[in-house]
Ligand binder design. Structure first.
Ligand code: 5GP
Length: 206
């Protein structure tokens, strides 16, 4: 990827960890951002909007986009496909924005392999598994079967927390938001290795 002035903030964690609430709390304090809208084959939930929460496509369309190499990364999560399109991310990075991804551990791994120099990764978790269960039940947007699947997924994902730079435990929303605000503001300061090389070159030439 050329002309990178921005940076990436990867947020992962189980549904029910409070990622959206945390983002909503800090979004006005962290400068210009682009929140990456993923493409998915998962059915739309009540209250979700196409092009806002996700781009909702069928399996054939998703596979076509994979074939055309339109994704920066893609993964199978809870037996549905999810992918991050390259184009808008490239544009936002060239505009110097902080690009925020809400992606799973597989996605984090892929981004780390491709863009580690400008990426900061945070795993957001409720304090305990029982608290996660309580939040998922309270949210009541999913069936018991879906909740069970998410809980099992969370148990697997928590084993990979060490792949992240930060573990943010969302117990008290305000405290967690303050920590995430600091992480996001610092994430923006990461520089692409190309930019660093150019700086060194210029610095030596002067
Ligand atoms: P949900 O269906 O609850 O919106 O998301 C399920 C999981 O898929 C979450 O862990 C979310 O972070 C992850 N996810 C959403 N979009 C993407 C994506 O583009 N790539 C990857 N790898 N994971 C994603």
């Amino acid at each position: 990827m050329s002309q990178i002035n921005g940076a990436i903030l990867v947020l992962s964690g189980p549904s029910g960890a409070g990622k959206s609430s945390l983002i909503a709390k800090i979004i006005d304090d962290i400068g210009e951002t682009y929140f990456s809208i993923s493409t998915t084959t998962r059915p739309m939930r009540e209250g979700e909007r196409d092009g806002v929460d996700y781009y909702f496509v069928d399996k054939e369309e998703f596979e076509r986009e994979v074939e055309e190499e339109q994704f920066l990364e893609h993964a199978l999560v809870h037996s549905n496909y999810y992918g991050t399109s390259i184009k808008p991310v490239k544009k936002a990075l060239s505009e110097g924005k902080l690009v925020i991804f809400d992606i799973d551990v597989q996605g984090n791994n892929a981004i780390k392999n491709r863009l580690s120099d400008i990426t900061t990764s945070v795993f957001i978790s409720p304090p305990t598994l029982s608290e996660l269960k309580r939040r998922l039940i309270k949210r009541s947007t999913d069936s018991q079967e879906v909740i069970d699947r998410r809980v099992n997924m969370a148990k697997r994902e928590i084993q990979r927390v060490s792949e992240y730079e930060y573990l943010l435990i969302n117990d008290d929303l305000d405290v967690a938001a303050q920590k995430l605000r600091l992480i996001a503001q610092t994430a923006r300061l990461k520089k692409a290795s190309e930019e660093i090389n150019e700086f060194v070159q210029r610095w030596e030439d002067c």
